[in-house]
Structure formats: structure tokens, C-alpha cells
Design a protein around this ligand. Sequence first.
Ligand code: SF4
Length: 153
Amino acid sequence: MRPPLFISACLVGFRCRYDGSLKEQPGILSMLEGFRWIPVCPEQYAGLPTPRLPMAFVGGTGQEALGGAARIIQQDGRDVTGSILEASRALTRVGIYWGIRYAVLKERSPSCGVVSTYLEENCVQGMGVFAAVLTMSGVRVYSEETIKWGELS
Ligand code: SF4
């Protein structure tokens, strides 16, 4: 049996994206065969509704948000950093308890982005908060664009 992993719920067909749209990654369910995978959405776990307003970082990206130097701000100015951080930490604790060593996450999200995310209106290099928390906890994170399935063993 291959190792257990977290996967962004929107990549496997859950309508949890901010606009409620369906963005299942083509072919991903067949790539997941043989893995024990757990779909997670840190923004829903944080109690945010779907649909919800778009959000982006201010002051830095996920790594900086861990130290309090960056915030995630919704389009209406609401600061949702605390709830997403708390949800990310809780999910990470549960994942580690269940032996999660990998996560495959949705690129560019302020929660799940692995290589890039949104800083104000610009797509920049940097992680989302959930990806940063997982990485700090020793979980190896990939995005749907960087995943090399053969490396997960
Ligand atoms: S990218 Fe992450 S936070 Fe956004 S909808 Fe997908 S699972 Fe939820």
C-alpha cells in the first residue's frame, strides 16, 4: 500500500472553491489509485462559506503569515488569516496523526498554493498558509502542476 496523503478537495471534484466552480484535475483519480488519500479544504475547515469572496495576501505570502508579517485579506477587507491558520494547523495535526507524509495541493491558492500564490493582485512566488504549515511540520508538498507521482513511496 502506498503512503497516505492529503489532497486539495477541489482537485478531486468537491465544489469548495471560492466561486463554487468545479475544477477537478483531469486524470487525478486514476493517479490516486493505490494511495490512501484524504480530501481537505482548509478554507471550508476554517468555517468560510462556499461561495465566498476572493482573497489574497498582503505583506508577504504563507511563510511570512506564519510569523504574523503577512495577512490574507478578503475582497471586502475582512482579515481571515487567523481562521485559515488555525484550520491549517488543526488539519496538519490530524494528518500527522494519520501518518500523512505528502500533500498534493491546488496551485496559486492563498491557502493551498505551493510554488505560487496571490500577493494583492499579482501572482508571485510563494506558498499558501496550509502549504507552509505542512512544510514546517515535515510534510512534503506538491501542487497539481509539480507532482511526480513516482516519487511518492
Ligand atoms: S485550493 Fe485549497 S482552500 Fe481553495 S478550494 Fe481548493 S482545497 Fe479549498
